[in-house]
Write a protein that binds this ligand. Structure first.
Ligand code: KDG
Length: 355
């Protein structure tokens, strides 16, 4: 009898142990499938702190490459204590939505164009002045110098930490209706612009019919012909495959747009002084890489746009001057909003950096 009872107990205990193990495995599996954690063996606490980055362009863009470079440097310099996760194609929201998420502390980083953010800080409008920078080298000097730092510092009161500037680039016009060689050719063309009052004013001054729209909606709008055209740098036009829905590109170079690498102030304040230095240095190294990546590719991309059947129009100096003259009124229209003293300071800096 005793033997039978002993056997029964051992069977029950074994069964309970098996049940516990199975359940234990299921719960850890279910818990791991429910809340996947990315652990890195060398991370101090056994798990890396995740920094999510919302990016408005796709994985082929120099912007994505630049932010990946940033993440790789941070991972290496902090011995995997941080993991930078990239979310391209505006899947966490377009430029303005992602930036507002940073201000609320619900997202860590985003590198948007400055243009949709001018409602947060009107000083950013300086970059929307047509034909402001004579070339990319001067743009680099201004953005990486005291003017750029002044703009970055001004964002901390808005819940944002500006870490530096990357390059979106000189904006070029595309459309599906006709070749554009002069402002007169723009008449009646519905051109998408970024959500920015100065862009709207500039395209109205040139004679087009501008309509503001988040970047994530542009390709579909061109495909459905609810807009005739848009304006973006060559790398964006080519890498976002606009040549599939647009026939003409005109190299207007009418505005130079930077990307501004932003971190939530809440995230920034949670970093140690040493880690803040690592993040800042990582942006400074990554921005040089990002700018060069886009610049190295541009000439080849214009060739590929032509090979894809696009008419790419290079304007003569006189034709370009007609666009410059047509947009001069924008300076007077927005000088007060930008700040006349700040505008004068920037123009003086540009003149100095152009020597
Ligand atoms: O985050 C970058 C993109 O979302 C966008 O800013 C690119 O220049 C751009 C545009 O036209 O919206």
């Amino acid at each position: 009898m005793f033997k039978k009872a002993k056997k029964l107990v051992s069977v029950v205990v074994t069964g309970m142990m098996l049940a516990t193990l199975t359940t234990g495995c299921l719960s850890s599996t279910s818990s791991s499938s429910a809340t996947p954690t990315k652990t890195t063996p060398t991370a101090a606490s056994g798990s890396a702190k995740v920094i999510k980055v919302s990016i408005g362009l796709n994985e082929q863009s120099p912007l994505y490459a630049g932010m990946k470079k940033f993440g790789d440097i941070v991972k290496e310099k902090t011995s995997n204590r941080y993991e930078v996760q990239l979310y391209p194609n505006a899947q966490l929201g377009d430029d303005l939505k992602a930036t507002e998420a940073l201000r609320m502390g619900t997202l860590e980083m985003t590198p948007p164009s400055t243009s949709p953010l001018t409602g947060i800080d009107p000083k950013l409008m300086i970059f929307d002045l047509p034909f402001l920078f004579p070339n990319k080298q001067v743009a680099d000097k201004v953005l990486d110098g005291p003017i750029g730092q002044d703009i970055l510092d001004g964002l901390t009161s808005k819940g944002l930490k500006g870490l530096g500037f990357m390059e979106n680039g000189y904006r070029q016009l595309t459309n599906s209706v006709r070749e554009v060689k002069s402002p007169a050719d723009l008449k009646g063309l519905k051109i998408r612009t970024m959500e920015n009052p100065m862009h709207l004013a500039a395209w109205k001054a040139m004679g087009a019919n501008p309509t503001p729209m988040p970047f994530s909606e542009v390709f579909t709008a061109m495909q459905q012909k609810t807009i005739d055209g848009q304006e973006n740098p060559i790398t964006t036009i080519y890498l976002q495959k606009f040549q599939e829905v647009q026939k003409y590109t005109t190299l207007t170079g009418h505005i130079y747009t930077p990307f501004i690498v932003l971190m939530s102030k809440k995230t920034w304040d949670s970093l140690s002084a040493d880690d803040q230095k690592i993040f800042l240095n990582a942006v400074n190294e990554a921005k040089v890489f990002q700018r060069q990546t886009g610049r190295d590719a541009e000439a080849g991309q214009i060739k590929k746009l032509r090979e894809a059947g696009m008419t790419v129009t290079e304007l003569t100096p006189d034709q370009l001057k007609a666009f410059q003259d047509a947009t001069k009124s924008v300076y007077d229209q927005f000088a007060d909003k930008i700040g006349k003293d700040f505008l004068a300071k920037v123009q003086t800096e540009i003149a100095k950096d152009s020597k």
